[in-house]
Design a protein around this ligand. Sequence first.
Ligand code: CO
Ligand code: CO
Length: 304
Amino acid sequence: MVGLAEPDDAAVWRLSEDKAIVVTTDFFTPVVDTPYEYGAIAAANSLSDVYAMGGQPFLALNIAALPDNLPNEISSEILRGGAEKARHAGVVIAGGHTVKDKEPKYGLVVIGFVDPRKMISKSGLRVGDALVLTKPLGGGVTTTALKQEKSTERHIQEAIQWMSRLNKKAGQLATEFDLRGGTDITGFGLLGHGMEMADASGVMLSFKNSTLPMLSGAHSYANRGIFPGGAFDNKDHYGGKVRFDEGISEPDQMLLFDPQTSGGLLLGVPQAGLNSLIKRADEINQPVWVIGEVRAGKGIEVRS
Ligand code: CO
Ligand code: CO
């Protein structure tokens, strides 16, 4: 049902009328200094693509590349972080494979199931939908500040909490409200993944800058020019089709290209169900922000 042809979050193969298998993998180098949290974030990120398709993950395999001289305590902490996060998600890690490499890399292969009639995809947005985001942005600038030793401990802890948070409840909301358009915000940032959705759905995304949730340190790091290289790549690649209102500063524009690790879901919510979705989100302890709407047209506009 979903494969190499279209950019989506996972591969989907129909098994029967009401069951399809969802398969995805992701792994990356450390984004934080603490091995347990790194493992947890990598696992939450890998699981996220199944939630982004409206599916439920159930089985996973570790993929790890670890330096020869890495102390055992560290590698086992990375794997423990991943395993506990997976258990939290109700997912069994049933095996995996490790190779030697100079720089650590870790992530999961994840298998899940989705009801094909309820699948969420990047092409499912409709004109009039509200755009709802389930985690704040600014993870890229915050972890870059950590690498450059310019971060504060409080900002790092806040980023770790969000990055290691599962998108399970956000996915649950999407399924309960029968949503069809959604993705998770990762390496291409809000505007990159938003553009994929605009293109795939044949619509325009209209974001309201003042409503975008940001991690506490994001603006100060952005104002000091602390961006990861990926933010500039994203701007080069997607910037041409984004129209910014005058008055949105250069750093504020760049923040929307900031690559996220284990970011939230971006969901299209039909206006009729928006208020009850917000109420339900509150009941299940899932933060949500309404950040714009889907309009007729192409590309993305960012209003101040
Ligand atoms: Co994804
Ligand atoms: Co992915």
